[in-house]
Design a protein around this ligand. Structure first.
Ligand code: NAG
Ligand code: NAG
Length: 278
């Protein structure tokens, strides 16, 4: 029995708790009844449905309600902040998803998941090696062979993709290669091809496709990370450095969006100081 695609993880438990105990409607009913009982002095348990509440001490009940409110408010604020208080919905039959290194591995798995969700999603794959899978009949999978360590090839491919398929609305920087040599043993070429493919290509692809996403206020950029960015093992120092670089790129793209989040935070602080001093 499969609990979720990833198997049994903490998320399965958290998801269950959110859908049941912290369910929005449950929390609203509990909070309203608590409020009514506070205001009218009317005990909550006067309602037969709430007899079960006897099982919990009052403090536990209040913590439960506060936890529910906290969960829903933070998840609402997170969503809003992440989207700069605009609504960006994805119509998966219209999106164009560009996945680098999508011919095999994680990129190919992602392609198959996206097509399972919506078979009309356009998927553009750039990879050095040929596709290792057969796209399902009727699906719109476009394959472009190309070496992502070569910036003139990147420029040409992006031009072709815009003309032949359209502007990607989702960019997944997934392609990555590992030479597995030590800093002392690796050749110039080992270091160069790793950093160009894993780090420079994502920068160039972002430069190519981000402006149109901003113009249309719709888009998503994902870069594949790695634990090695945080704890780099020996023999893959160059790879780990590219993954740390991708984190920096992502942070900067985020900060640009988050400026408004900081402004909102400062506004709240100002309002708080204003009211607490008056
Ligand atoms: C990059 O690609 C171009 C052709 O698109 C080719 O002329 C050039 O030699 C390539 N550069 C390298 C370093 O392979
Ligand atoms: C976020 O929204 C504000 C107000 O609508 C706008 O001025 C700002 O440019 C937006 N920021 C981004 C990154 O789109």
């Amino acid at each position: 029995m499969a609990f979720s695609r990833e198997g049994f993880t903490a998320d399965v438990v958290a998801g269950f708790v959110r859908r049941t105990f912290l369910n929005r409607n449950v929390i609203i009913i509990l909070a309203l009844s608590q409020a009514v009982s506070y205001i009218n002095g009317y005990p909550l348990t006067a309602f037969p449905v709430f007899r079960f509440v006897h099982l919990f001490p009052l403090r536990a009940l209040n913590i439960w309600i506060l936890l529910g409110i906290y969960t829903h408010v933070t998840s609402y604020l997170n969503d809003q902040f992440a989207n700069n208080w605009t609504k960006d919905t994805y119509k998966w039959n219209k999106e164009i998803v560009l996945i680098t290194g999508g011919a095999s591995g994680i990129g190919a798995a992602l392609t198959s998941l996206l097509l399972k969700r919506n078979p009309s999603t356009k998927i553009v794959i750039i990879d050095h090696s040929p596709l290792t899978f057969k796209p399902p009949p009727g699906s719109a999978v476009y394959y472009y062979q190309g070496d992502l360590s070569n910036s003139s090839i990147i420029r040409q491919l992006c031009e072709r993709i815009r003309n032949e398929v359209g502007h990607p609305t989702v960019l997944v920087n997934n392609a990555g290669l590992v030479r597995g040599t030590t800093v002392m043993e690796g050749s110039y070429a080992d270091v160069e091809i790793t950093i160009k493919t894993n780090l420079i290509a994502p920068f160039l692809l972002t430069k190519e496709f981000l402006p149109d996403m901003v113009r249309r206020n719709h888009g998503h950029i994902v870069s594949m990370g790695s634990m090695s960015a945080v704890t780099p093992p020996a023999r893959i120092a160059d790879y780990a450095a590219t993954k740390a670089g991708l984190i920096a790129l992502t942070e900067v793209l985020w900060r640009y969006k988050q400026k408004t989040m900081l402004d909102a935070g400062r506004g709240l602080m100002r309002a708080y100081r204003h009211y607490s001093s008056n």
